[in-house]
Design a protein around this ligand. Structure first.
Ligand code: ZN
Length: 330
């Protein structure tokens, strides 16, 4: 853990020009990261969320700000998007995200090749370089890549690698807002977690990245690490629970014994992500290593402290009383 904190501190000294600008925007400010937990429904925390200097969201979370202002707040200043969103929008993002929602910074998750994957592809090609099907130049391990389906001459579908830039053009470099590239492998190196078969979900990555920019206070809303998914039926209805664009990953909760991966290759077996966040939270509560005050909403507080359902019940009752009062007013 110590190594990880040092890594984050060190990364503050290695910012590129865009990151430096973002640092000036975020340092010493109050920042809210807002996830899609259904716990936020009906809590009317929108105004509280909007009172933060900077609001960070993940993937289609930007649409929660457009459609559910009352509970989720309205603005999105910083957005993290994954490869699926990048693919779904064919390498672009909707204009209204920066025109109407006030989006100022975009973080884009890229993939580069892990050493063993690179080696494997090279072996398949009998040691030849891996060629990009678009620009025909060789793909280096450090290049940003996408995995795409391609047809062989006999109409078989095979997976092949392509430079992200070649596949999508230079859309992101033409955006009117700065786009910051982050890589899937970044934190794996710092933590040597690859051996544990864990890569971070984008939400947790966003939290870790925000630490780098040293906000005064980092408040986390609507993150429950899939706590709202209790049964297999819930998993099938994840869109109803977490809104479209948030995917519940196979194996990310306890009733699944299978170790399955989703289409992006994430693995999150039984709460590993939550365990990691817990560690950071607990260490940060004891001694403020990174100079960031970390605050979580009531739901995540209960999840972290393993507060039992009966005790939770009390807070639910309080909420219903509040709701009743609102009804009387109307
Ligand atoms: Zn290329």
């Amino acid at each position: 853990m110590e190594y990880f904190f040092n890594y984050l501190k060190k990364s503050r000294k290695q910012f590129n020009e865009q990151e430096k600008k973002l640092f000036q925007t975020i340092a010493n400010k109050n920042v809210a990261i807002v996830g899609p937990s259904p716990w936020l429904n009906g809590k009317s925390l929108g105004k509280e969320i909007d009172s933060h200097d900077i609001i960070v969201r993940i993937n289609l979370g930007i649409e929660l700000g457009m459609n559910y202002k009352e509970d989720f707040g309205s603005r999105t200043d910083v957005l993290f998007i994954n490869q699926k969103i990048r693919r779904d929008f064919k390498g672009n993002i909707p204009k209204e995200w920066y025109d109407k929602c006030g989006l100022k910074y975009l973080f884009i998750l890229y993939q580069n090749l892990e050493k063993n994957v690179y080696k494997m592809y090279k072996q398949k090609l009998l040691g030849k370089d891996i060629e990009c099907p678009v620009c025909k130049k060789s793909i280096k391990q450090t290049d940003y890549i996408d995995v795409i389906d391609a047809k062989t001459p006999d109409n078989q579908i095979v997976q092949t690698l392509v430079h992200s830039k070649c596949y999508y053009g230079n859309v992101y470099t033409n955006l009117p807002i700065p786009a910051i590239a982050i890589t899937v492998n970044e934190f794996d190196d710092a933590l040597s977690v690859s051996s544990n078969n864990m890569t971070f979900l984008l939400g947790l990555r966003a939290i870790l990245h925000m630490f780098k920019y040293k906000p005064k206070k980092l408040s986390i809303y609507g993150f429950d690490f899939y706590d709202a998914v209790k049964t297999k039926q819930d998993r099938l209805n994840y869109n109803d629970i977490y809104f479209t664009g948030y995917k519940v990953l196979e194996g990310s909760f306890d009733d699944s014994t299978k170790d399955q991966t989703d289409e992006l290759g994430h693995k999150d077996k039984s709460g590993k992500q939550l365990d990691f966040f817990k560690k950071i939270y607990e260490i940060n509560q004891k001694r403020n290593i990174l100079g960031v005050e970390l605050v979580v909403d009531k739901n995540l507080y209960n999840i972290i402290h393993n507060i039992r359902e009966e005790q939770k019940q009390e807070s639910f009752d309080l909420t219903s009383i509040k709701l009743d009062l609102t009804n009387i007013k109307i």
